[in-house]
Design a protein around this ligand. Structure first.
Ligand code: AGP
Length: 369
């Protein structure tokens, strides 16, 4: 078993460390190096068919749904197509508004999640085209969808999803860029700039993995803690949700992710002396507002671990300590921000002596409703 874990003490840690490779493989041949653009040869539909979509539903569960939230912001920003993200167990019982120009994207690591599969089947009954992003060739989702983009993360064994998430986010970046090329909503030079930055992502993930000491210390300090908050705005909020889910799942610490601007509408009442708050402040557009929100929790006694982009000299003045992330385009930052968050949940679980790979009450693949 140790051999299967590649020398790591758990599958989760092994899979966390496989992320540079998983991300690289998922980009793989989908980047045209010469022209710095995206090619998706696996798509069967024509560019003309793809260009007609003016509305997208992204449907998934858990971590895959969280990848979808990043995908929403990116697709909307680069293509101006409105995207709605829905939890599959809710979506399948809704009466969704489909038009001839609606595309559905389902995301599932396993390709066997019952609710996601049911949502896919419902959409197909209504003649909606379904594009799947999945990690398992031959899975039900891969077989039944009209179009498939595989993530090439390799088998994911740990219940807590890590490399599948980062690979899904990469697949969504590639799809969003491709759609922008087809619709002409980004200039060739803009696409090339994103492509350049995307190709630097694996090395940046690797550097975050090498430098885990600070996050390990913070995780250990949460040993006696009952509750922890993740806050962020815009894309940082999407990543907060993933950080919070991961922590709950394997450390059993209660945690909540909150859009920071919403705190004062209720949740701020829970902040008191020494409550740990992980505050993500990586998005330049909303940075000043985010810092004000951090000051609000700090003033109520919170112990704040901030996340900032390297070169940021301000955040340190408002928080207890800062984790610095390598600089990239703001839209690509989520894929880096999530790495220390995964490590935080991993180290918190280890510090409590829990079984990292097999958390209580949970299954790797939820094949029943
Ligand atoms: C993530 O850590 C979870 N264990 C869980 O939320 C998972 O992402 C969800 O069950 C969806 O699985 P799928 O991607 O295989 O459909």
């Amino acid at each position: 078993v140790t051999a299967e874990k590649g020398g790591y003490d758990s599958f989760m840690l092994k899979e966390i460390h496989e992320q540079p490779q998983a991300v690289r493989e998922t980009m793989g041949a989908r980047i045209d190096q010469e022209h710095k653009r995206v090619i998706l040869p696996e798509l069967k539909m024509s560019n003309a068919d793809l260009a007609k979509y003016d509305r997208i539903y992204i449907v998934a569960c858990g971590t895959s749904m969280h990848a979808g939230l990043v995908g929403k912001d990116v697709i909307e920003k680069w293509t101006r197509v409105p995207v709605e993200v829905a939890v599959a167990s809710e979506f399948r019982y809704r009466d969704p508004i489909y038009t001839d120009n609606t595309l559905m994207i389902v995301i599932s690591q396993s390709g066997e999640t019952a609710d996601t599969l049911a949502a896919l089947r419902e959409a197909k009954k209504s003649n909606v085209t379904v594009l799947a992003i999945t990690n398992v060739v031959g899975s039900s989702v891969a077989r039944e969808a009209d179009e498939v983009l595989f993530t090439w993360a390799g088998p994911e064994v740990a219940v807590a999803s890590t490399k599948a998430y980062t690979s899904q986010v990469v697949a969504l970046y590639l799809f969003a860029l491709y759609l922008a090329q087809v619709k002409g909503t980004l200039a060739a030079a803009e696409v090339a700039e994103v492509v350049d930055h995307l190709q630097d992502i694996p090395a940046k993930i690797a550097s975050l993995l090498e430098d885990a000491e600070q996050v390990r210390r913070f995780a250990e300090s949460t040993k006696g803690v009952n509750s922890l908050f993740f806050i962020g705005r815009s894309l940082d909020y999407a990543v907060s949700l993933e950080g919070s889910l991961k922590l709950k799942e394997i450390s059993y610490i209660h945690s909540e992710a909150y859009p920071a601007g919403e705190l004062k509408h209720g949740t701020l009442a829970l902040i008191e002396d020494n409550v740990p708050v992980v505050a993500l402040a990586t998005q330049p557009d909303i940075y000043e507002k985010m810092v004000s929100n951090i000051v609000e929790v700090k003033a109520r006694g919170a112990r704040v671990l901030g996340f900032a982009i390297e070169g940021d000299t301000d955040l340190a003045k408002s928080v207890d300590e800062v984790i610095y992330l390598p600089s990239t385009l703001p839209m690509l930052t989520p894929i880096l921000t999530v790495i220390p968050l995964q490590l935080l949940s991993y180290f918190a679980s280890v510090a409590r002596g829990l079984d990292v790979d097999k958390p209580r009450n949970l299954a790797k693949s939820v094949t029943v409703e």
